[in-house]
Design a protein around this ligand. Structure first.
Ligand code: PLP
Length: 492
């Protein structure tokens, strides 16, 4: 399987090459040259690791099977706190796909536990005798998941940049208590987009690449711009479908809807690829929070990131530049690299682009987009808890709210699976405020965790216990334009 650039500015690369460099050095993202077709029925009876192996093999035929075997073992070697790493919980007539049973309690673990194996093997195959420097911009959850995944991994250093003041107390504490000899955490002034843009700029600086290479170091990425990060996410949509059939919620072969709370557009893109591969999916529903740039795009065909940036209770979705949307548009234009180039150049210089009406039509046929207000999210958490005794985290609640609105308006009764992207404990303060507005414990991040557990009878996930007592290494502060300087000083 070869990978091509969304902007037509790279020779086709093997999966090892695409994964080891993370993104196209000249700008652009790697996508599979062809999307393989599979029959989901062939996956029946497999356990999660076996299913993951089957899917990974389709896309990484140049990586040794032993690597892939090792990689998928993570789902059954005790790192996940549930024998089924991604259970579908059937509630209120739909399925919640819980993706947060990994070590950091958000869905990012599903891929970031696997990526280190793929990356180590890839760099070896391409003959890079160099240390890999992984740069990661995070809106909160990727950072910790990447730190956990790559902590003390040989031949690797991992640097995480998060927006100062833009992540939850628990998220920040998780990141700065990682330890490990090869981890770096920096708090960048500004919002996530400024942070991500600055990191991407560093990535595509030929000068910096040269300097690093002289020190036998190369860049890679743990963000969903890296194909190796997206690929393991395709697996759980097949898994969800298989469980839905198993549970008798649908007839084998009937389509389902999938709802994904969306930020950088990686998770929903994985669902889109699953659909392209032949998984019976009826509607893909893209749910945004108040930072609803994607919703507006689906209304107007204009992607405009020049707008206020809101800090919300779902910080991992506080994003105005959804990187992976580029891959989606590439498919929506029947792979017209010239168009993608034009639009994404414009996004870089003017912060906006407008697509033609036939592209917009195709987008709308492939996806439904909605958004939820902060009030809607909080109300949804409260109502869902009252009705079902089930606690939603604010990100998942965005998805639930958008789905409820969609269902009411469309009268579409297709069985629907909603990606549940984080444990509610990761955002305990916001969740507690929603279900018990008068509770003083919500004022304190750590008390909120205990109180939420007390109230609901749910256990605090292992990775979030006793965070306040763990030894912390406060994050170094920097401004976006200082990222390059930091890298030069620290690594060159
Ligand atoms: C990262 C994240 C999202 C957004 O996922 P994307 O792949 O960036 O669209 C949603 N919810 C949670 C909890 C996350 O950590």
């Amino acid at each position: 399987m070869l990978y091509i650039s969304t902007r037509g500015n790279s020779e086709p690369q093997t999966s090892a090459q695409a994964i080891s460099i993370g993104m196209v050095p000249a700008g652009g993202l790697f996508v599979p040259q062809e999307i393989p077709n599979v029959n989901w029925q062939e996956f029946r009876g497999l356990d999660y690791s076996q299913l993951a192996l089957s899917v990974l093999r389709l896309f990484c035929d140049d990586l040794p099977d032993s690597t892939l075997q090792q990689a998928v073992n993570v789902y059954k070697d005790g790192r996940f706190d549930n024998p089924n790493p991604a259970p579908v919980i059937n509630i209120g007539g739909c399925g919640l796909l819980e993706l947060w049973h990994g070590p950091t309690a958000a869905f990012k673990d599903m891929a970031l536990q696997v990526l280190p194996y793929l990356l180590a093997s890839s760099t070896k195959i391409v003959g890079l005798d160099a240390e890999v420097l992984i740069l990661t911009a995070t809106s909160g959850d990727t950072g910790k998941a990447a730190l956990e995944g790559f902590k003390d991994a040989p031949g690797t250093k991992i640097v995480v940049f998060y927006p100062d003041g833009g992540v939850s107390a628990v998220q920040e504490r998780q990141m700065i208590t990682t330890g490990g000899r090869n981890t770096y955490v920096l708090a960048v002034s500004g919002n996530f987009d400024e942070c991500q843009t600055a990191v991407k700029k560093v990535f595509s600086s030929p000068d910096l690449r040269q300097k690093l290479l002289r020190k036998k170091k190369v860049f890679s990425s743990a963000n969903s711009i890296n194909w190796g990060r997206l690929l393991p996410q395709i697996v759980y949509y097949f898994w969800a479908y298989l469980q839905t059939v198993e549970q008798g919620s649908i007839e084998p072969g009937s389509p389902i809807n999938i709802v994904v709370p969306t930020g950088n557009f990686g998770n929903i893109l994985a669902a889109f690829y699953a659909q392209k591969m032949g998984l019976p999916i009826n509607k893909l529903i893209c749910a945004s929070n108040r930072n609803n740039v994607l919703f507006d795009f689906f209304q107007s065909g204009i992607y405009n990131s020049n707008r206020p940036f809101y800090l919300t209770t779902s910080p991992s979705m506080d994003i105005l530049i959804s990187s992976n949307f580029e891959r989606f548009l590439f498919e929506m234009t029947s792979r017209d690299a010239a168009k993608i180039n034009k639009w994404f150049q414009a996004l870089g210089t003017e912060g906006r682009y407008e697509v033609d009406s036939s592209t917009l039509d195709t987008c709308r046929q492939n996806m439904y987009a909605g958004w939820a207000s902060e009030e809607g999210v909080s109300q949804t958490i409260a109502e869902f808890y009252q009705e079902h005794g089930y606690v939603l985290d604010p990100h998942t609640a965005v998805g639930v709210k958008v789905y409820q609105d969609y269902k009411q308006q469309s009268k579409d009764n297709t069985y629907t699976v909603l990606a549940s992207t984080a444990s509610p404990f990761k955002f305990a303060q916001s969740v507690l405020r929603a279900i018990r507005p008068e509770d003083y414990a919500a004022e304190d991040a750590w008390k909120a965790l205990d109180r939420l557990s007390e109230l609901t009878g749910w256990q605090i996930p292992p990775g979030l216990r006793n965070l306040q007592d763990k030894q912390a290494q406060p994050a170094q502060k920097c401004r976006p334009h200082e990222i390059e300087k930091f890298i030069l000083e620290e690594f060159c």
